[in-house]
Design a protein. Sequence first.
Length: 258
Amino acid sequence: MASRALSIGATVQPDDLKIAKVPVDTFPKGGFSKIEEVTERPVISNILVDEPILEGRLGMKGGGFGLAPVIPPGMRAATLRVTDVVGVAGFVQPGLRVDVLVTGRPPNHEENVTTTVLQNIQVLGAGTTLVPDSRGQAINAHTVTVLVTPEQAEILTLATNEGKIQLVLRNSKDNGVEKTPGTDGVKLFGRGSLARQAAAKWKDPDAHLRQIRPASVPAVAAAPPAPKTEDVDQIVMIRGTTRTVEKVMKFSEPETNP
């Protein structure tokens, strides 16, 4: 039996084991009765304290150390350096499943695009490692190791080098694969970038005027032309002994277009 908890990737040592007597009829199937049959074998499935050591939870002796015995034939283990935010704030633990999103700028594209590149990926391990920073000093970096196919390993490596990686935690019982078109700035904000708007304005500076005046608004009718004035006539008015001169404006009909 296990004297302490053993996690995936550990190698069983004598101090990790203890002997317990059980009735013959309750001896677990796949169990062991000798310590030497278990030591130096890698753990491929988590074992709890006081849990019987079973054949199905151990790899072959000499079959490798660490995560190597856990990797099925034809699969690969890829390790990502992540932040707490990218690693879903520390909730990514061995055995869980995640989707991998990448944000970057594709060739001949003005906007950054976020797309889901891998789905339903199993997490093999999560922890920290020492890496040098820009000044050459050692710092702790969070890492997540995932189980992928060789093709997925290529996609993951390219995504890590070309953009920013984000892990999205999913229900381990959800095996569905969703087809997503990806999202860019236009879809996110509902309009183009400032650079695109400036380019459109430069090509058509009066476009905003046409947008302000809808085509359905009727044009305002022009005011009728004012009557033309010609020379001034004078009329002499005599009232009794009073003589006055009155000026009268001469009017003509306004011109009309045929």
